[in-house]
Design a protein around this ligand. Structure first.
Ligand SMILES: *Cc1c(COP(=O)(O)O)cnc(C)c1O
Length: 386
């Protein structure tokens, strides 16, 4: 079976995890700060807060930015549901901005048009969540400029994008955002099984993220709002959650991040090889903006349905019939039943919906061999009749 994405676990990873299992701290041990420092150093941000998933990171990022009832969060419909659900967790409302037809990322022109209208209606968003789909960064300079003009905050959902660059700088340095979120789910660039991280350059946001991750509890006298009773004392100063990462997971992360540059290079090789070997086929291959150095989490092809006889579903099933576990990223979030209950309808975001009708994520991960890649292309050629 060839999967669209999968983890690479080597002996060093296994040894790192076993060391923690034999130690005294299974959670909240030394690997947590070590992993945070390693990610922070790669990304070039001042602070990093490790949590148990990117979903949790998105939730506490929204809370740290004071998102609540009466507020709006805008994101792209072409994402995993978590990028939008984080607003609902906070009692806020969600709206979407359609995608750019070339990058498949949130379109800054569509964002600007929607902001102009929202300003008239008095419904400007408090937070915008751009998602770096497949690892290609959004047009962050444009989104940031709109944030300055219309007063919204920015959380980058970089779940696909650790190891990528924007205008030559690492994604995660938060130059154009308040907070950046990474995911370490096994299909992503590096893994901790489940896991995520929130990065920021803002000292106060970092403190809040740290409190929200663990019940709103602090042992730091500087953060306490009343006097300390004794050395046993802790104080809950806000309402937080248990979103902590374990030391077992962090040890895996520390071990994995050593190989991140190698992984991203290999993903670039695979992408370049797909580009070359499929150039003559009736497909739209992933277009890369000149400002982008993608982490290549996904390799998404779009079928030119006007030029082939097979349907989207038939091509998808042709892969699956040969044990090639292709996937589709993403079903537009606004068409999900839970979102339709809020009044969203198919037809609301035509670019994202057109993309959904034509797209397939074909296998892309660092352990994919050239022979496997050739087989994927062969099956695709058969399916599209070229
Ligand atoms: C994977 C993913 C998430 C959620 O990550 P978890 O770590 O599984 O919670 C959020 N947003 C996007 C775009 C993702 O791909």
């Amino acid at each position: 079976m060839i999967r669209y994405g999968q983890q690479d676990i080597v002996q060093d990873d296994i040894d790192a995890v076993i060391r923690v299992l034999k130690s005294v701290n299974l959670t909240q041990g030394p690997n947590i700060p070590q992993f945070e420092q390693a990610v922070q150093a790669h990304a070039g941000a001042r602070h990093a807060v490790a949590v148990n998933s990117a979903t949790s990171a998105l939730h506490i990022a929204c809370l740290a930015l004071d998102l609540g009832p009466g507020d709006w969060l805008w994101t792209t419909p072409n994402t995993f549901v978590a990028s939008a659900n984080c607003a609902l967790y906070c009692g806020a409302q969600v709206d979407f901005v359609d995608i750019d037809s070339r990058t498949y990322n949130l379109c800054p022109q569509a964002l600007e048009e929607k902001l102009v209208q929202a300003e008239k209606d008095g419904r400007l968003p408090k937070i915008v969540v751009p998602v770096h789909l497949s690892g290609q960064p959004c047009d962050m300079a444009a989104i940031h400029a709109l944030g300055q003009k219309y007063g919204f905050r920015i959380i980058e959902d970089a779940s696909h994008a650790i190891g990528g660059r924007y205008k030559g700088e690492p994604i995660g340095n938060c130059r154009y955002s308040d907070i950046t979120v990474f995911s370490f789910h096994p299909v992503k660039i590096i893994t901790t099984a489940e896991g995520g991280m929130a990065l920021t350059n803002d000292d106060e946001l970092a403190t809040r993220l740290g409190l929200l991750r663990s019940h709103g509890i602090t042992r730091d006298p500087a953060l306490m709002t009343q006097g300390m009773d004794g050395p046993w004392y802790y104080q809950q100063v806000t309402l937080g959650y248990n979103y902590r990462m374990t030391d077992i997971q962090a040890a895996l992360g520390v071990s994995q991040i050593n190989r991140m540059p190698e992984y991203v290079l290999r993903r670039h090789e695979i992408a370049a090889r797909y580009d070359r070997l499929m150039a003559d086929m009736p497909l739209t291959l992933p277009w890369q903006h000149p400002d982008s150095y993608s982490a290549w989490h996904l390799y998404v092809i779009r079928l030119r349905l006007d030029r082939i006889r097979a349907t989207h579903l038939e091509v998808f099933e042709a892969f699956r019939a040969r044990d090639i576990m292709v996937n589709l990223h993403y079903i537009p979030v606004h068409t999900q039943p839970h979102y339709q209950k809020m009044g969203f309808r198919p037809g609301d975001y035509p670019q994202a919906e057109q993309y959904y009708r034509e797209s397939i994520s074909i296998p892309m991960h660092p352990t994919l061999t050239d022979a496997e890649q050739d087989f994927v292309i062969e099956v695709l050629r058969e399916a599209v009749g070229r």
